[in-house]
Ligand binder design. Structure first.
Ligand SMILES: [Zn+2]
Ligand SMILES: [Zn+2]
Length: 303
């Protein structure tokens, strides 16, 4: 995992950032992204006046320290490399300077199992939402910028969107942390002892099939109910839509009370049944969790 990462080279590159003037140079160059994301860069004199450095030798020295890795220059113009742009994004996201003061309080959601009001805590960039009886139901990383001018309900709603985005990314075989390829997936029927929290999902979780996978680059592993993968598939998105549920607003981790579901492990895949109102959708996923087949039928049929 990550065998081709050279810690010496990374340390050298990061050392080039460790200077306030160089950070100001990166931020000044990022200003050229304002009119268009496809930024064209800045002339030497504009850049120098933007960071307001009298001493030309000192300015050149610091620009040169950033060159190649974070800044590129040609014919008297300078622009950010992708790495330089990413550093600026993280600077603006307050990743290196964000607040570590925890905030907590009740949110406008209730536990699907016992209807207790949920409590949220945001600390060190992680939102944790818990039920007084069931413990932690949900957690997700947030940018420090997300805290600014948003209350806990808004943060929880955003964290849910982010969980959905994580799921989409994993179901496209892209690690949401580093964009590496994922291994697996391995399907396994639920082991109840290791799944505290899953019991609060609505529907029949006695047959819950979990899909485990891990990133081949950064090693992060994911264990996600196979049911969630089925939700991202077009037949499920359409089914939800036809029953008045917008897929993009799903609250995944602690469930919705508006449907029932079950999942069943097959020899070479998983069968997911989703029921809303008087209709049922069955989706069969193969061992790679791709859609093999689906059918919709009135609930009364074959009951
Ligand atoms: Zn609860
Ligand atoms: Zn990864």
């Amino acid at each position: 995992m990550g065998e081709d990462v050279d810690p010496e080279a990374v340390a050298d590159n990061l050392a080039a950032l460790a200077n306030p003037l160089r950070i100001r140079i990166l931020l000044a160059l990022a200003e050229t992204r304002r009119p268009s994301w496809d930024h064209r860069g800045m002339s030497y004199s504009d850049l120098r006046s933007a960071v307001d450095v009298e001493d030309g030798g000192r300015f050149n020295y610091h620009v040169n320290e950033l060159r190649d890795q974070f800044v590129r220059g040609e014919e008297g113009r300078y622009w950010l490399t992708t790495a330089g742009s990413r550093v600026v994004d993280e600077v603006y996201a307050r990743t290196f300077s964000g607040s570590h003061e925890p905030i907590s309080g009740p949110v406008d959601w209730t536990c699907p199992a016992d209807e207790e009001q949920l409590e949220a805590t945001v600390e060190d960039g992680i939102i944790t939402v818990s039920c007084p009886n069931h413990g932690v139901l949900f957690d997700m990383t947030l940018s420090f910028n997300a805290y600014r001018d948003r209350d806990l309900d808004e943060l929880f709603a955003w964290a849910n969107r982010r969980a959905l985005w994580y799921l989409e990314s994993v179901s496209w075989d892209v690690c949401p942390h580093c964009s590496g390829h994922l291994g697996g997936p391995n399907l396994a029927a639920r082991r109840p002892e290791s799944d505290a929290g899953v019991e609060t999902l609505p529907g029949d979780t006695s047959t819950l099939v979990m899909a485990g996978t891990y990133c081949r680059e950064c090693g992060v592993s994911f264990r996600i109910p196979a049911f969630f993968y089925a939700l991202t598939r077009p037949p499920a998105v359409a089914f939800l839509h036809d029953h008045g549920i917008d897929y993009r607003t799903l609250e995944l981790e602690y469930g919705s009370t508006s449907w029932d579901f079950e999942s069943e492990e097959l020899d070479d895949g998983v069968l997911v049944r989703l029921a809303i109102g008087d209709e049922r959708l069955e989706i069969e996923l193969d061992g790679a969790l791709d859609t093999r087949s689906y059918r919709r039928a009135p609930l009364t049929e074959g009951e």
